[in-house]
Design a protein. Structure first.
Length: 106
């Protein structure tokens, strides 16, 4: 799992940047997965690896967004606090721009 961080000063100048970045990374992911599906890669059998991964993890093997990863993020915040990496157990909602918590919009 990866997380993209925006400096608070930059975010405060343009709060819509958080959602736009999220959407841009999702679009890039879809382009990359489409290339794998069409076997447009230099590595042999990549499309078969993608097929197998989808059998195990479901169609969206790399779900983006706080909502789709809430349980994992809850565990990460709990473990971070238990292991002394954070001074308190953060709520997942404290870690994300409010505009991204409901992404993708239904």
């Amino acid at each position: 799992m990866h997380m993209v961080v925006i400096r608070r000063a930059v975010y405060e100048q343009d709060p819509s940047l958080a959602v736009r970045l999220t959407e841009a990374f999702e679009a890039a992911k879809q382009i990359a997965l489409a290339a794998y599906e069409e076997d447009l890669t230099a590595l042999p059998w990549t499309n078969l690896n993608l097929e197998y991964a989808r059998q195990v993890f479901g169609h969206d093997i790399y779900p983006y967004g706080a909502t789709k990863n809430w349980a994992t993020l809850e565990a990460a915040t709990r473990y971070s606090h238990e292991q002394g990496l954070t001074p308190k157990k953060f709520a997942v909602g404290e870690l994300f721009a409010p505009e991204t918590l409901a992404w993708p919009a239904d």
